[in-house]
Design a protein around this ligand. Structure first.
Ligand SMILES: [Zn+2]
Length: 271
């Protein structure tokens, strides 16, 4: 289990806020105002803090929510350490998910960016590719590594013109500085079938092979499932088995980090 102080993926002021939520705050609170200037000197009022460290109203704050986030981030960190110990395939069933959590803001039910926490541990030992195949764009997994050429970030997701997080996930976002060319977005239209999806996934797998990472992280979202209540793709459960075969065939040490996926009844039946 990691402590708040071990997390270097996020802004220290944001981590201080999350870790300051008192044990007796068991009811959920939501932001009612968002930051319109960026400074922290006078952001001490609870109402101001909630809005300063959030970008939407989907992500409530309570003591238990923040503690669950810390456990979830710890799980991803443990997964990374298991890869470093020589394991070839590790699955971290993280809840809450992480790929929407920005450097200094929560959002999209995400508080800590679990995949990024793992990648930051692994990149000390070699290059890392993160393939995000959640239905939604992994906005902050992209942003944290946007100037980094040691971590390739690739995301297949619903077009931001149609779905959350709306402001990022466009194909034109390719990285910047030395990270230019090391971020790839594949936005897809709603209603995409597994055959159409597969053509794009093969491109992403080629991107990964060309990069030749030492480690691979899969930000695995099952909200691409055809009956997902908040998704909009038409992927079937047998196709997830095909994806698993593709990923295994790459033969990189691989950490799977759970992101979204909300039809738990059907997904629970997968073998
Ligand atoms: Zn999602």
């Amino acid at each position: 289990m990691i402590s708040w102080n071990d997390i270097r993926t996020h802004d220290p002021a944001y981590i201080a806020f999350l870790s300051s939520i008192p044990e007796d705050q068991t009811t959920y609170t939501y932001p009612s105002i968002f930051r319109y200037v960026k400074h922290t000197e006078c952001v001490t009022h609870p109402v101001a803090q909630r809005g300063y460290f959030s970008f939407d109203t989907y992500t409530p704050i309570s003591y238990h929510a923040t503690q669950a986030a810390l456990v979830s981030g710890s799980l991803a960190a443990t997964g990374a350490k298991l890869l470093l110990e020589g394991n070839c395939s590790v699955c971290a069933l993280c809840r809450p998910p992480g790929h929407h959590a920005e450097y200094d803001r929560m959002g999209g039910y995400c508080y800590l960016n679990n995949a990024a926490i793992a990648a930051n541990i692994l990149q000390d030992y070699g290059t890392v590719a993160i393939l995000d195949i959640d239905f939604h764009h992994g906005n902050e997994t992209q942003h944290i590594f946007y100037s980094n050429n040691n971590v390739l970030t690739i995301s297949l997701h619903a077009s931001p013109e149609e779905k959350f997080p709306f402001f990022s996930g466009f194909a034109s976002e390719k990285g910047e500085g030395k990270g230019e060319g090391y971020n790839k977005n594949y936005p897809l239209p709603l209603g995409v079938t597994h055959k159409e999806y597969d053509q794009v996934l093969q491109k992403a797998l080629t991107d990964i092979q060309e990069f030749m990472p030492k480690y691979l992280i899969i930000a695995m979202g099952y909200d691409t499932y055809e009956k997902d209540p908040i998704g909009g793709f038409l992927l079937t459960t047998p196709y997830y088995t095909e994806i698993a075969k593709y990923l295994r065939s790459l033969q990189y040490p691989t950490l799977i980090v759970q992101e979204g996926g909300y039809n738990t009844e059907d997904l629970g039946k997968m073998r």
